[in-house]
Design a protein around this ligand. Sequence first.
Ligand SMILES: Nc1ncnc2c1ncn2[C@@H]1O[C@H](COP(=O)(O)OP(=O)(O)OP(=O)(O)O)[C@@H](O)[C@H]1O
Length: 264
Amino acid sequence: MSLLSVSGLAVSTHDGRALVSGLSFAVPRGGRLSLIGESGSGKSLTALAVTGLLPPGLAATGTVLLDGTPVIGATDRTLDRVRGRVAAVVFQEPSTALDPLMRLGKQIAEPLRRHRGLRGAALRSAVLEALDEVALPARVARAYPHEVSGGQRQRAAIAMALACRPALLIADEPTTALDVTVQADVLALLDRLVAAHDMALLFVSHDLAVVAKVTDEVVVLSGGRPVQSGPLRTVLANPGDDYTRSLVASARRLDAALDLGGVS
Ligand SMILES: Nc1ncnc2c1ncn2[C@@H]1O[C@H](COP(=O)(O)OP(=O)(O)OP(=O)(O)O)[C@@H](O)[C@H]1O
């Protein structure tokens, strides 16, 4: 059984406008898959739907199984159990996951307390371990989110997401909002931690070059629908629709201009 199994997923507004439709994919335990598509193609809504985090006004239909637990229609209690332990999300903007009025150490402690039952000295040392794992110094535990850099905020959000050792990490454009100088570091960190803990990864990006660095398997989304899926190499070699062709062509142009050699 796949760790994440999505079948016939659709996301619609309450007045019936389809924003995502006909989407099916699976991520095995320890596997990696990227959703790639232009802005507005439905990537973020898919990431939210698979964790039961859609905003009010939107509804999902179809089947989403997270480690066998149905997500669509699940109670808050079930979702709370599944989130953090089975799947955790890192968002594009680290502030989405962080409370601006709470010290970072306390925020990283919260999932450790709730899901792993840690208290006192054991909790404090787990927080320091979590910070160390994302290469943040211990003093960051006492800082508020606005007192650290954007890259450090995203590292803290990653530490929070990984605190309970979820089997699946969902990363929604995790480096897009960061300064270019730290994007590669944060991507490499995610890549390393996912490998080190045998986690599965659902990666969401508009950037083919970034996707190529972390996953081999892709689903290309356009206008809320899947237009192509399979191993990245196959999709790159035989882009089967106009949208994927333009995506590959623009990545190649950028690649040639920067001479990065990343997406051939
Ligand atoms: N709460 C909402 N109510 C109505 N429409 C929405 C809502 N959230 C998103 N949409 C619409 O759904 C579509 C898909 O949005 P989504 O955020 O999933 O795109 P995306 O591929 O993640 O784009 P981006 O890379 O810009 O984040 C867009 O047309 C968007 O305007």
